[in-house]
Design a protein around this ligand. Structure first.
Ligand code: ADP
Length: 174
């Protein structure tokens, strides 16, 4: 396994990284799944920052990313990215999922973030097929780390057994 990659099973709100990534929706106002968990555990400060971003730029488009405080979480920042809803145009959705990972990493570099943790973006209520989402996540992160030396650790945090075993298989090969 690439020494900068790490795999963890569990709850991303517990991770002590410089940044954790949220699988947000374009409203930035919170939702279910990992988004709900992050806002619940991090508290009002995260929502306040999200509302300020909304007022400035009107939310966050699919495949893009924005950054806020992490409030009460052990992480320093939350990077909110919006994965695609998996319906129609497979190639476009795959590109948008890759963009969600690479734009989160770009924003991390701009904020001097060295350690970052990702959930399995779009594989919950957005219904992206888990095996393909895992391939895209790992390939996009690997490509980014080849071009950029400033990120020291990327943790994939899997909440469910299926994602964990998919990532375990993929990461053994890297
Ligand atoms: P999306 O709308 O992008 O599909 P979801 O939050 O519905 O986002 O699901 C994305 C992934 O996050 C799913 O694989 C889900 O199992 C996982 N997840 C849910 N809660 C947590 C959590 N607390 N920590 C890490 N991952 C989580």
């Amino acid at each position: 396994m690439n020494s900068k990659l790490k795999l963890v099973k569990g709850d991303i709100t517990k991770i002590e990284a410089d940044a954790i990534v949220n699988a947000a929706n374009s409203s930035l106002l919170g939702g279910g799944g990992v988004d709900g968990a992050i806002h619940r555990a991090g508290g009002q400060a995260i929502l306040d920052d999200c509302i300020a971003i909304r007022n400035r730029q009107g939310g966050c488009k699919t495949g893009e990313a924005v950054i806020t405080t992490a409030g009460k979480l052990p992480a320093k920042y939350v990077i909110h990215t919006v994965g695609p809803v998996y319906n129609g145009n497979k190639a476009e959705k795959e590109q948008l999922l890759a963009n969600a990972y690479s734009n989160s990493l770009k924003l991390a570099v701009e904020h001097d973030i060295k350690t970052i943790a990702f959930p399995n973006i779009s594989t919950g209520v957005y219904h992206f097929p888990k095996p393909r989402a895992a391939q895209i996540a790992v390939a996009t992160v690997q490509d980014f780390l080849k071009q950029n030396n400033s990120i020291m650790q990327v943790t994939f945090v899997c909440f469910d057994d299926e994602n964990y075993s998919l990532y375990a298989d993929l990461l053994q090969l890297t």
